[in-house]
Design a protein around this ligand. Structure first.
Ligand code: BES
Ligand code: ZN
Length: 392
């Protein structure tokens, strides 16, 4: 809906004003054309995406082709605003969003190769595997059960141990008033209060009756994602990485019963006006069941940030293949953030049709995923690249 509004505004502008193919190299356009333009316009360089609007740089030599593409592929007239300076273009973007609720200025430029490469080589399969095994050893992590509370106490202690040498890192509960299981949040305080979130749900579920006592190891769903979040935190804490933005690692309570934990947190952040620049959701990262290594979920997520994730994989994990797929509904915590207007993405372990058939049963174990955390390791590397590049 929002994009339509902007796109229509661009079309109306283009109809009444002829955009000259001048030397104005900075253009503001719809975020949905970024991928196609990157492929077919040699000089097209994306600098920044603010939810549905993109700032890019382009040479005169590509402008005619760009207008043609907008018309042919996107059925749009004209389609971009051009400016002489980056500052003018950024001001224009801000103005065009001024009356909208959520002005999220995320800079998706990729230019931190040294830092990213240094960190991703420290991500460790065994660390992920042992966190996953420990979490799945609780009888269940159901939001109403005693073990669902104990597992969060263990996780809080584990995150505290991993970061105890860092005075800039705190680990806290986010308590929920209507059920006993808390969410857990670790914060690396940055120089600014802009926030980057890496999270996944910590609860598990199986069966229909007596869920408090049912065996629900939830190794894939979602000890794998929680362990991937943990590994991202561990690597950044160990390397002495001191971020500019504030990085928050989250293990949500009560996802399996309607995204309750993340919903409460996202609402609380919105109420407090916290500037969340991006949310990475890790839910099911260890079952390798499709040709592609990583599948980016396209519904209830940010298209612009999804494109950024794809570019991060291409840049830093070129040995991996990736694709996109729909969940079909608000299937995980990314939807809680999306509905509060924050850009969220979920890189998923398989295409939807190839998903792990053992989830929500007593058979969701590490043994049934081949016994290693090799697949989850890819997601930990992607999460590190995501945090470091979005932080700059
Ligand atoms: N991990 C699943 C979500 C999922 C399943 C994502 C398959 C992609 C493919 C999640 O924990 C879950 O089970 N979600 C519920 C919905 C939720 C709102 C209770 C579901 O999918 O039924
Ligand atoms: Zn899940």
């Amino acid at each position: 809906m929002k994009r339509q509004g902007f796109v229509q505004a661009i079309a109306a502008f283009a109809l009444t004003t002829s955009i000259q193919a001048t030397t104005h190299p900075y253009i503001v356009t719809g975020a949905d054309i970024v991928q196609g333009s990157q492929k077919s316009l040699p000089t097209f360089q994306v600098l920044k995406v603010v939810d549905d609007v993109a700032l890019a740089k382009i040479n005169d030599s590509d402008k005619a082709q760009m207008s043609h593409m907008m018309h042919e592929d996107h059925h749009r007239c004209g389609g971009y605003f051009a400016f002489e300076t980056r500052e003018e273009a950024v001001n224009f973007m801000a103005e065009s969003k001024a009356n909208k609720n959520n002005v999220v200025f995320a800079d998706y430029t990729i230019n931190q190769a040294d830092l990213v490469n240094k960190h991703i080589q420290n991500a460790d399969e065994l660390s992920i595997r042992s966190t996953m095994l420990k979490l799945s050893s609780f009888k269940n992590r159901y939001y109403k059960s005693a073990t669902g509370k104990e597992s969060q106490a263990w996780l809080k202690g584990h995150w505290t141990d991993l970061t105890k040498h860092r005075s800039d890192i705190t680990v806290e509960y986010f308590n929920h008033s209507s059920y006993p299981q808390p969410s857990v949040i670790a914060t690396i305080q940055g120089e600014t209060d802009d926030v980057i979130v890496v999270g996944g749900h910590a609860d598990s579920i199986a069966g229909w009756w007596g869920r408090e006592n049912a065996r629900a190891p939830g190794a894939d769903d979602n000890a794998s994602g929680t362990a991937t979040v943990t590994e991202t935190l561990r690597v950044l804490a160990n390397s002495g990485y001191t971020p500019k933005k504030t990085i928050k690692f989250m293990a949500y309570a009560a996802e399996e019963v309607g995204l309750l934990g993340s919903k409460a947190i996202a609402k609380d952040f919105k109420r407090k006006g916290i500037n969340v620049q991006g949310v990475l959701q890790l839910d099911m990262t260890n079952h390798f069941g499709s040709n592609d290594d990583i599948t980016i979920i396209t519904d209830y997520t940010s298209e612009a940030q999804n494109n950024f994730l794809g570019s991060l994989i291409d840049s830093y994990l070129p040995e991996l293949s990736w694709g996109r797929d729909k969940c079909g509904y608000a299937c995980s915590d990314h939807a809680s953030w999306t509905s509060q207007g924050y850009p969220a993405s979920t890189p998923f372990e398989t295409k939807k049709r190839d998903m792990n058939g053992h989830i929500h049963t007593s058979r969701d174990t590490l043994d049934n995923m081949g016994g290693t955390a090799d697949h989850a390791l890819k997601f930990a590397k992607l999460a590190l690249a995501y945090v470091i590049e979005l932080d700059q």
